[in-house]
Design a binder for this molecule. Structure first.
Ligand code: NAD
Ligand code: DAU
Length: 462
């Protein structure tokens, strides 16, 4: 039977895979892709289907209720699959308002437009809302999220998705709107914007850039190949029961650091490098605020009631994914130009700079024994104590490291050299008995007193 399906967010990562699947599989359905084309939306992702007769792109903000109402009217929309969202947790920590706006208010405006347009004639209508496992919060070492797990979101992103899920259920319970919701685990595959772990790291390994691992890399995610998510949406769209929720996941948990090592090996091998050589790019950085420890989806209901199972083993999926990004450098270059540069600069420049200086120090034979890039005024690399005088001889005109000063006061363990020089600070850390090299620039280390205060705190062990 003919359907007029509005897919929102179809120019994004998962949306583009879903649009491609439905346009090709169901020539009788008319597919309307509504997307405002944020940084994450890219019509390049749909080049292969854009000329198909049953596909139409509509540039529209889901928050613009009047425009959304018109789309429902003009195209006689009878089914919605709603994916449009702000989707990156790190961005939500920096800017929660745009997440509330798009994910909550945008969902509400679609629900309202559907309700008005279908005006109680709900036969053969459906509002399908695509959500995430992050609404359930975080698991300990054991257990799984089921459809019964209570909501417990922690990030502004997951809070906004949880709120949108509640609005969808409220429209079902209050107005009888025919709805269905699915909550999926982490997706990976082609066309994912390189701010997310897998494409970001593949791109950085290729370009020999640091790989910023949050915390100790011990968080666990449950990874599903994006095409399998699209297949699951197809199944739930056609066979799911109204008012129900379905969890989607592949029982495929990976600790971040283990997954990262698999990616490194795969990229190294496919680039003809010795496997594992890129492990030196791993850079442990400050943990994500509110970082959920573990996600793991129990998708038994979907399997038993609707017969869906993932089609691909992870090893095969990651191989295909890495190969796709290597073969599609042009796509990567396009999406990483423009705004992406500013974003990357804001998020990662510090790590890149420290990594470069570390390499430089090591190239002179000094060993960097640890680092901390997250001090309020910048960060530091730690040099083995026995190399301190030698280091001073090399970089700091041989100043005696036992007679050093800070802020004009004699402090036998502290040295200030060449303010604004690239390698500009070092002092002795009494607790750890090791030497520290401060990497400074006018912008990063603001003043002597900043450093002095910082050292007081540091030496007190706070
Ligand atoms: P994405 O960021 O790659 O794509 C989002 C798309 O939505 C983009 O094309 C963007 O232009 C569009 N969009 C954003 N704001 C819009 C607005 N106001 N109006 C119209 N379009 C707008 O996201 P994704 O990773 O493909 O995720 C898609 C959906 O699936 C989201 O709802 C997300 O919460 C959910 N989800 C994602 C994952 C995952 O691992 N990526 C897992 C589970 C669920
Ligand atoms: O679980 C589903 C969710 O998966 C989706 O709802 C989100 O839209 C999607 O972005 C994803 O969220 P995550 O936060 O889990 O994905 P991300 O790729 O950002 O991070 C995966 C893990 O890797 C997470 O534990 C944080 C860590 N990480 C991430 C980045 C970007 C790093 O260690 N370093 C990084 O640079």
């Amino acid at each position: 039977m003919k359907k007029y399906i509005l897919i929102t967010g179809g120019a994004g990562f998962i949306g583009s895979h879903l649009v491609r699947l439905l346009v090709n599989k169901y020539p009788d359905y008319d597919i309307f892709n509504m997307d405002v084309l944020t940084y994450a939306g890219n019509l390049e992702n749909l080049k292969d289907v854009e000329a198909k007769e049953n596909y139409t792109f509509i540039k529209c903000d889901i928050c613009d209720l009047d425009k959304v109402r018109n789309v429902f009217k003009e195209y006689q929309i009878d089914h919605v699959i709603h994916l449009a969202a702000e989707s990156h947790v790190d961005r939500s920590i920096k800017d929660p308002f745009s997440f509330a706006q798009t994910n909550v208010m945008g969902t509400l405006s679609l629900l309202q437009a559907a309700k008005e347009s279908w005006s109680n004639n709900y036969a053969d209508k459906l509002f399908y809302h695509v959500s995430t496992d992050e609404v359930y919060g975080s698991l300990g070492e054991e257990g799984f999220f089921t459809e019964e797990t209570a909501y417990d979101p922690h990030s502004p992103y997951s809070a906004s998705k949880a709120s949108s899920d509640h609005f969808v259920r409220a429209f079902h319970d209050t107005y009888g709107l025919p709805t269905v919701i699915s909550n999926c685990s982490n997706n990976y595959g082609s066309y994912q914007f390189p701010e997310k772990l897998i494409p970001l790291f593949i791109n950085n390994i290729v370009n020999n850039k640091p790989l910023p691992v949050y915390g100790k890399g011990e968080n666990v995610r449950d990874w599903l190949f994006v095409n399998d998510h699209a297949r699951a949406i197809d199944v739930i769209f056609h066979k799911g029961k109204l008012g129900e929720t379905y969890n989607i996941g592949g029982f495929n948990e990976w600790k971040n650091i283990d997954l990262i090592k698999v990616m490194i090996k795969t990229v190294d091998r496919l680039l003809g490098r010795e496997e594992g050589t890129s492990e030196k790019l791993i850079t442990y950085v400050k943990d994500r605020a509110g970082h959920d420890l573990r996600y793991a989806i129990d998708s038994t209901k979907l399997k038993e009631e609707l017969g869906w199972e993932p089609s691909l083993q992870f090893e095969e999926g990651i191989e295909k994914t890495v190969a796709w990004y290597l073969e599609n450098q042009e796509w990567l270059n396009n999406v990483t130009s423009g705004d992406y540069q500013a974003y990357y600069q804001k998020m990662y420049t510090k790590y890149t700079m420290y990594q470069e200086v570390k390499k430089e120090i090591e190239s002179f034979g000094f060993s960097v024994v640890s680092h901390d890039f997250e001090r309020p005024w910048g960060g530091f690399l730690v040099i083995d104590e026995i190399q301190a005088q030698e280091f001073s001889n090399k970089f700091f005109e041989g100043i005696d490291v036992n007679t050093l000063k800070i802020g004009g006061k004699l402090s036998p363990k502290i040295l200030i050299v060449k303010p604004n020089a690239r390698l500009s600070w070092q002092y002795h850390n009494r607790r750890a008995e090791i030497w520290q090299v401060y990497i400074g620039s006018a912008g990063i280390i603001r003043s002597d007193s900043d450093v002095e205060n910082e050292m007081k705190i540091y030496n007190k062990g706070e």
